[in-house]
Design a protein around this ligand. Structure first.
Ligand code: IPM
Ligand code: MG
Length: 359
């Protein structure tokens, strides 16, 4: 029996609802497959802890997580706590402390889900966006002086390093090489931004030489938004900076039907530290507690986590179950359905239970 230690951090908003749903589905999978088990420790870190104790996570939080095989994360952010505090108090310290430099964001149109793009169905939109996750615009480099005075200055300096760009580029090319279409689009803004972005283009060309089986092209980020809308089938794997990919991945999720289905993995490809898997939708306070949060992003993130752990059969089974349930129209209101979080979860668990153990 293979055993994995998982830290679950449901945190804020709809995080607890969708992580709870994900843990149920994972338990159903482990029961069905019978050859692996997940030892889950659920941590109460998040904004509620901040209100009580003044910190979103304990001081030795990272040390605690270090012994885990993976982290399953919900969402962080609360209406009464400034966003930069919640973000820098929990999620970014984990991403940066564990050097999870590759943020992987797959998007495709699931069966039964309608894209807002006319005439675009499953198969026409099947992308993976690789987001640089350790530096760039999120490097935390900046400051403010003369606060409140007319001459106040704020800087927000993007940092691109040769090491950082090279390793994300290599990761993206390797991922593209493993996908059927073997195509990578490198996104920058190297016309207007002459330094870091031009270095990004140069490093892309260098690394491309290591991957002769991969075709690649370059796109400026503004033009990329149009290409995603007008020629989705021309795109396969994408690599972009932290901020550019943040924006493009929201657009990608919307074009694939809903932000409620989009998953992500914050990966340390060298496996020195645990990687972290989470839905990208965020805490969604408008629907918190209503029982209608779409758990599909959380399920898909769980499948990515299983893949990362080497449980590829279980990951595949989970995605098959999710696709069956979507195809049957058992979907939450964000996808035009009437089902609740619990109903979707129950349906996915039933689909898993109905599969043969080898599937
Ligand atoms: C995401 C989110 C976060 C980000 C927010 C919550 C800061 O939008 O994971 O895409 O920009 O990284
Ligand atoms: Mg985002």
């Amino acid at each position: 029996m293979r055993r994995y230690k998982i830290a679950a951090i449901p945190a804020d908003g709809i995080g607890p609802e969708v992580i709870h749903a994900g843990l149920e589905v994972l338990a159903a999978l482990a029961a069905r497959h019978g050859d692996f088990a997940l030892d889950v420790e659920t941590l109460d870190w998040g904004s509620a802890r901040y209100r009580k104790l003044g910190a979103l996570m304990p001081e030795d939080g990272l040390a605690h997580l270090r012994g885990m095989d993976a982290i399953y994360f919900g969402a962080v952010g609360a209406p009464d706590v400034p966003d930069h505090i919640t973000l820098w108090g929990l999620r970014l310290p984990i991403c940066q402390g564990f050097d999870q430099y590759a943020n992987v964001r797959p998007t495709r149109i699931l069966p039964g889900v309608k894209s807002p793009l006319a005439g675009v169905g499953p198969g026409d939109l099947d992308w993976v966006i690789v987001r640089e996750n350790s530096e760039g615009e999120y490097a935390g480099n900046g400051g403010r002086t003369h606060r409140g005075l007319p001459e106040e200055v704020g800087t927000e300096v993007a940092i691109f390093t040769r090491v950082g760009v090279t390793r994300i580029m290599r990761f993206a090319f390797r991922l593209a090489a493993a996908r059927p279409r073997r195509h990578l689009t490198v996104v920058t803004k190297s016309n207007a931004q002459r330094f870091g972005m031009v270095m990004w283009d140069e490093i892309a060309a260098e690394i491309a030489a290591e991957f002769p089986t991969v075709t690649w092209d370059k796109e400026l980020v503004d033009a990329m938004t149009t290409r995603m809308v007008r020629r989705p089938a021309s795109i396969d794997t994408v690599v972009a900076t932290n901020l550019h990919a943040d924006i493009l991945s929201d657009l990608a999720a919307a074009l694939a039907g809903s932000l409620g289905i989009a998953p992500t993995g914050n990966i340390d490809p060298e496996r020195r530290f645990p990687s972290m898997f989470e839905p990208i939708h965020g805490s969604a306070f408008d629907i918190t507690g209503k029982g209608i949060a779409n758990p599909v992003a959380s399920f898909w993130s769980a499948a990515m986590m299983l893949d990362h752990l080497g449980e590829n059969g279980a990951a595949q089974a989970l995605m098959t179950a999710v696709e069956q349930v979507c195809a049957a129209g058992i979907v939450t209101p964000d996808l035009g359905g009437k089902a609740t979080t619990k109903e979707v979860t129950r349906a996915v668990c039933a689909a898993i239970a109905g599969m043969n153990a080898a599937g």
